[in-house]
Design a protein around this ligand. Structure first.
Ligand code: ADP
Ligand code: MG
Length: 246
């Protein structure tokens, strides 16, 4: 695993419906340690998906530099998109197998399916899955490539609260077994506190880093909702700029 630095001096899009450019990101500088779980928290439309796409190498149209450890080896990136993006004509298992490279054995999918409680659903087609199950498949597919960096774009959005919590707990279980470096996007501060080693608060566009904080709650206490809520309240009181974001 390698340390990561994301520096984006400027990212613009053509302005929609008018001449000129829309400045999506300006002077953003973000570093991550290997094995760290970082949550990006920012308002809708601030540029979070844009940042992940640039980091994943899907968008090259920006001014800046993405350093993913040693540049000699090509880093592997796992990406859980906001929409699960499963191929409807492939089974659950086949969707995951497609992500593997030729050196990887398909057998290694089995423990992932088991941890995410999808062993029995592995041969069904995506149309039969609930949204929560589809999200779990997308998470397995991203872990299966054994990524140097795992990008997750609001993977629990539009799930009801108990399902979101269940998938979150399963994700943490998987991450304890395979502690990859994770960059996780959310606009839900409780979710971020429950998951992250470090929180990075982002401004509305043009997006930049407003504040970074290490979560002071031990991992084995993260299931304590009252503790999470009291830390959330403390952040809102201590940092008015965070209250304005959410
Ligand atoms: P977020 O993921 O935080 O909701 P996005 O990264 O999707 O934000 O978008 C950031 C900003 O860039 C928004 O104002 C959005 O309208 C704009 N934007 C995103 N994609 C495009 C595009 N392909 N063309 C023009 N503007 C875009
Ligand atoms: Mg987005």
């Amino acid at each position: 695993m390698t340390d990561i630095r994301i520096r984006i001096n400027s990212k613009t899009y053509p302005a929609i419906g008018q001449a000129g450019k829309h400045q999506a990101i300006a002077n953003l500088d973000l570093s991550m340690k290997a094995g760290e779980f970082v949550c990006l928290v920012g308002p809708s439309g601030c540029g979070k998906t844009t940042l992940l796409n640039i980091t994943a190498g899907l968008d090259h149209d920006y001014d800046g530099e993405i350093l993913l450890g040693s540049q000699h080896t090509h880093p592997r990136i796992g990406y859980v998109f906001q929409n699960p993006r499963l191929l409807p004509w492939r089974t659950v298992r086949e969707n995951i197998e497609l992500a593997l490279d030729s050196a990887q054995s398909p057998d290694q999918i089995d423990p992932l399916l088991e941890t995410m409680q999808l062993t029995r659903a592995q041969h069904v087609y995506p149309e039969r899955l609930s949204l929560g199950m589809s999200r779990r498949v997308a998470i397995i597919r991203a872990f299966a490539v054994d990524p140097d960096l795992l990008l997750m774009d609001e993977p629990f959005v539009s799930l009801d609260a108990p399902t979101a919590r269940q998938v979150r707990d399963l994700l943490l279980k998987l991450w304890r077994q395979r502690p990859h470096t994770v960059l996780f996007v959310t606009h839900d501060l409780r979710e971020a506190i429950a998951l992250a080693d470090r929180l990075v608060f982002l401004s509305a566009s043009p997006m930049r880093v407003l504040r970074e904080l290490t979560v002071p709650i031990a991992r084995n206490e993260r299931h304590n909702e009252a503790l999470i809520e009291s830390y959330r309240q403390q952040l809102m009181n201590d940092y008015p700029e965070i209250r304005q974001l959410l």
